[in-house]
Design a protein around this ligand. Sequence first.
Ligand code: NOJ
Length: 580
Amino acid sequence: MSSAPVLSADSSTESRPTPGTDAAASAGSEWWRTAVIYQIYPRSFADSNGDGMGDLVGIAERLPALRSLGVDAIWLSPFFTSPQNDGGYDVADYCDVDPLFGTLADFDRLTSVAHDLGLRVIVDIVPNHTSSEHEWFRSALAAAPGSAERARYMFRDGTGENGDTPPNNWQSIFGGRAWTRTTNPDGTPGQWYLHLFDASQPDLDWENPWVREQMVDVLRFWLDRGVDGFRVDVAHGMIKAPGLPDYTPPANAGSMGGGIVGLEPEILLDEDHTPPYFGQDGVHDIYRVWRRVLDEYEGDRALVAEAWVEPLQKLARWVRPNEMHQAFNFSYLETPWEASALRSTIDSSLEVFGSVGAPSTWVLSNHDVVRHASRLGLEGENIQGAGIGPNSPHHPDPVLGLRRARAASALMLALPGSAYVYQGEELGLPEVVHLPDASRQDPTYFRTDGQRYGRDGCRVPIPWEASAPAYGFSTSGKSWLPLPPEWAELARDAQEGVPGSTLDLYTRALGIRAEENLGLGAVEWISEPGDATVAFRNGGITVIANLGSAPFELPAGEVALASGPLDGTALPVDTTVWLR
Ligand code: NOJ
């Protein structure tokens, strides 16, 4: 038994309520304020037709498993018509389903199965760019410079002699320059077009009212089909600074924020540190219009911003009362596994989102970042977007990573607001480091000549059945990315009903979260600055996460949940407990 300080159950004199944290006080009863939302990456969830690619029928068949996990909603990453150069975030038709994933009828059935199970359905919308295969872009290429068709995108003449220098110095988020030169019908070099991501993802010109109208029609198309909301891709993009001024992001800052993620908050609050292509003020007009569209529909429909904007004070602008409903809290995702840093991010999240009447969200993993079961076991820096592969300088410690991931998830699921769970994290899946080069598909990998591995390692299909081919992901055993042999023991059926499994931890956590209404609660701090624990009360539950280097002696209380075995009355390092 350690000599760690004893935390008494009635240490209320030490507790400091966080300003603006009482979710109940500011909240209405809308489902999205407290929902646990499960992200489905359709390519990798469940393949019903054996082609090695997940599909909508597969998703519908597996939905009861998500109901029994206890989530409230699903968010589907793109399944729209697409050449799949960026896993579907390159959309060629916003209002149809790619045959890889099924049909619109399959989507309707999926939605109705989900609704029958009590699960809300959020779909992705990708407004910053289309695919180069989109009919709008094809006709823009076929039309002359200065035409209405070209005005839907960001075409510009080059500079320098013969226009062979790109219009500015912007770099693509995926590596390489953000401009590609077109070829005229007579074979001569033509104008350049902007693509903040892959060359097959041309940016739309959102100053053009035509573009705005089209995208509202897209929203209506899916709202009419009964979706409960949208996750808005690159919600910090769309509007570019007038004149498209040159910009060089600071070295070593995360990529999705255009090089601002990861910098000091004091720097980021300075408006001069807004890249000319991300976080421009004009985007807010777009969301005010969208909000009014959603408000016309019955029920509570939600807009969720994927905006890599830091610090949180800036991000809160996306969720002002007449804009979006939620924004992903990437500051939380990026907070190191360190007690004071976590307490401070939790405090500022609740305060900042609370100040505009929005719930905070919490997220640890998604299809763009190293899975947290690996990230938290990684020494050294791993710049967002770089991924991990065989030659990466640092490799995760899988045991430490999973232990911390379970503790981090148990902490996250006790927080008030809305939480996101990325498919497979409930199984404790790690990042797949040893993918064959030939199977990699992330454009980041190709655009950086393999310097960055990119995001394939977190997108490997998930294992359902330990003894089936491809672990039950597909009916044929085919899989677009190979599942590692060691994943048999992580398969869902190997964990189901097994006390102590990661699936059991998530299921029990979500059950208690619902029973105790933790989503609508408030954080009442118990731990103090300097403590190695993150400890607070939320309603009837006391949560203690031990991030120190010694076991922590627990106060009296009934253990409702523990992320790992306890040592008598001591809470081991990297373990979280919920006490009643
Ligand atoms: C963010 C998405 O999450 C990511 O997967 C995609 O590559 C980019 N936006 C571009 O659409």
